[in-house]
Design a protein around this ligand. Structure first.
Ligand code: F6R
Length: 600
């Protein structure tokens, strides 16, 4: 959410900043801007409402400089506009700041600054930072000290980059709750809110810790604590569309490979269990847990719901999932015999991070199931499992959802085999997991038919998604995908709840998308479909067999019943994607949304 990039070195900063912003655009895309330190010792800047491409068009050719900062915005304070776009500058245009996060006491600080005669040009919380830092700089001392003093007055979250026209040898960055990563080049340095902006230039990175401030200069960096650079595993190609028209479609098609990576080296075929080295829990500790609580937001929460069901089924430990965003606000009872699991693709989602911090503060044991290597959530947890799904650029999660469910299956198998899951059942799960990549590829091969159905269903104003038990989280994620990218109204309900209310909505104008695995609940589900059709509701069923109870059927291959939700989710991703394409939506950048929700 909001992208920051900074460069200092021998090259012209402008094309590097623009390229970085383009890579970060999935974090926010309502306005963009850059500021560069110019040769005559001033700051040149330009910011516009709109996309990075609009900024590029608006840049004057004379804007050049060897250091600069850039920003792509997702609005929190003040609507998207040229004035509210970052960077923000002080009145003398000596200091320029880009910021990701929320300054909670911005109104109070604004009043104080106004009392001192400061005039504000935007409605943003960020502008107070520019004025506070300028005031601190005016008192003398190093830029780093001035930034530190200014930040002491601030309550809230930030990842910032600061340019001082009078100190063109450095850029100061700081983080508190919003990520900042430094990139080390050959006689040049970078900083960004996300490695996506860095991979084209360097593989050597340093993650800042919360509360830390750093200086980058062309010849190196200084952080508060000594830090060893880490080497990035991702390739620039992961951030390209690779011939696909959208990242979303590319990432849907990457799922066989992503699942393969999530499984690699983790299947223990001797003991019919999973090898998960990063849990940092021994068998005795694991046997001591009486409950499992899974926390995540949005699609991560729905994947967590699949995970909780897997753990309950395979390990017979009571497990449930809850939105991390709710959990953190309700003063939760934290139990020492509960295993908490935080799920996050980015590893940065503020609500999930806050839930983990609250749990750790109260002594809870937290594992992370995270895609972002070295991310804040991964570092905050006691242990965990990385998804290895590869970078996910499209705002709507797909491959990380699937990889999360797969990692949960491994974890559930591992917990199960330490309890009462038999070797035969362990082997059954291993074989099922091994079959997944091929089966997913088979479903993807049906894309044309799914696209045709999606193009037909978009004539309805909305859709109701239903599923029972294993099918319910699949239905929820299906509805989530559809509404995110197509903007059609989509609601998910447990199939068993339909007759307790939502059936009143069903009629020729509201089709029902039903997730119906061929499991012990098949007959009950088919009865529900009959009830829908008796009200002239059209039914699209995703399941394992053809039936007259549905108007349209999307078939997926059966796996082990516990693993079926993973496969049943795939056609619904393609359905949402093609619905959005049929409606001409901006598939990778749906309105009002951003990847990585790093604000509350
Ligand atoms: C849905 C989606 C969001 C995220 C949610 C959590 O397609 O992308 O609902 O799943 O914001 O994000 P992470 O997983 O990064 O914590």
């Amino acid at each position: 959410m909001c992208g920051i990039v900074a460069y200092i070195g021998p090259k012209d900063a402008v094309p590097i900043l623009l390229e970085g912003l383009q890579r970060l655009e999935y974090r926010g895309y309502d306005s963009a801007g850059i500021a560069v330190g110019t040769k005559n010792g001033g700051i040149g800047h330009r910011k516009v409402k709109g996309r990075v491409a609009d900024l590029a068009k608006a840049l004057p050719a004379r804007l050049k400089g060897g250091l600069g900062i850039g920003h792509t915005r997702w609005a929190t304070h003040g609507e998207p506009s040229d004035e509210n776009a970052h960077p923000h500058l002080d009145a003398a245009e000596r200091i320029a700041v880009v910021h990701n996060g929320i300054i909670e006491n911005a109104d109070e600080l604004k009043d104080t600054l106004k009392g001192r005669g400061v005039e504000f040009r935007s409605e943003t919380d960020t502008e107070v930072l520019a004025h506070l830092i300028a005031a601190a700089v005016a008192q003398g001392g190093e830029l780093e000290d001035a930034v530190r003093r200014a930040l002491r007055e601030v309550v809230g979250t930030y990842g910032i980059a600061v340019l001082d026209a009078e100190r063109p040898d450095r850029i100061v960055v700081a983080r508190n709750g919003s990520p900042i990563v430094l990139g080390i080049g050959e006689k040049e340095m970078f900083a960004a809110s996300d490695v996506a902006a860095l991979v084209r230039y360097t593989r050597q990175v340093v993650h800042l810790d919360d509360g830390e401030l750093a200086t980058i200069r062309a010849d190196g960096f200084r952080t508060d604590t000594a830090k060893e650079p880490a080497t990035l595993e991702v390739e620039p190609v992961h951030y390209d569309r690779a011939g696909f028209e959208h990242f979303l479609r590319k990432e849907i098609h990457e799922q066989p490979a992503a699942v393969g990576r999530a499984l690699r080296g983790r299947l223990d075929e001797r003991f019919h269990t999973a090898r998960l080295g990063g849990l940092n829990l021994d068998a005795r500790e694991i046997r001591g847990f009486r409950r499992v609580k899974v926390l995540g937001c949005g699609s991560a929460y729905y994947a967590g719901q699949i995970g909780a069901q897997l753990i309950e089924e395979l390990a017979r430990i009571p497990a449930d999932a809850e939105p991390a965003s709710e959990f953190r606000y309700r003063n939760p009872v934290v139990e020492s015999d509960t295993l908490y699991i935080a799920v996050s693709q980015s590893g940065e989602t503020y609500d999930t991070l806050a839930a983990v911090q609250e749990l750790r503060r109260k002594g809870g044991r937290v594992l992370g199931i995270v895609n972002g290597v070295g991310s804040a959530i991964a570092r905050e947890c006691d242990g965990g499992v990385y998804l290895h799904a590869g970078p996910e650029v499209s705002v709507a999660s797909t491959k990380s959802f699937t990889a999360t469910a797969v990692v949960f299956a491994l974890l559930a198998q591992h917990l199960g085999r330490l309890h009462d899951l038999s070797p035969a059942d362990g082997r059954r799960i291993t074989e099922g997991l091994k079959a997944l990549p091929g089966q997913i590829a088979g479903i993807l091969a049906e894309e044309e038919r799914i696209a045709a159905l999606a193009a037909e269903y978009v004539r309805y104003p909305g859709m109701l998604f239903i599923g029972r038990v294993r099918g319910y989280p699949v239905a929820r994620e299906g509805a989530q995908k559809l509404k995110e990218v197509s903007y059609l109204h989509a609601e998910a309900y447990p199939a068993s709840e339909l007759k307790h209310g939502p059936l009143a909505l069903v009629g020729p104008e509201l089709p029902v998308i039903a997730v119906v695995p061929d499991d012990e609940l098949l007959d009950k589900n088919l009865t529900t479909l009959g009830e829908v059709r008796a009200r002239r509701g059209r039914v699209l069923m995703v399941g394992h067999r053809r039936t007259d109870a549905a108007d349209d059927v999307l078939l997926v291959p059966a796996n082990e019943p516990e693993l079926d939700p993973i496969l049943l989710s795939i056609p619904l991703q393609l359905f949402a994607y093609h619905a959005a394409v049929a409606l001409g939506r901006d598939v990778d950048r749906p309105r009002n949304l951003a990847k990585s929700v790093t604000v509350e």
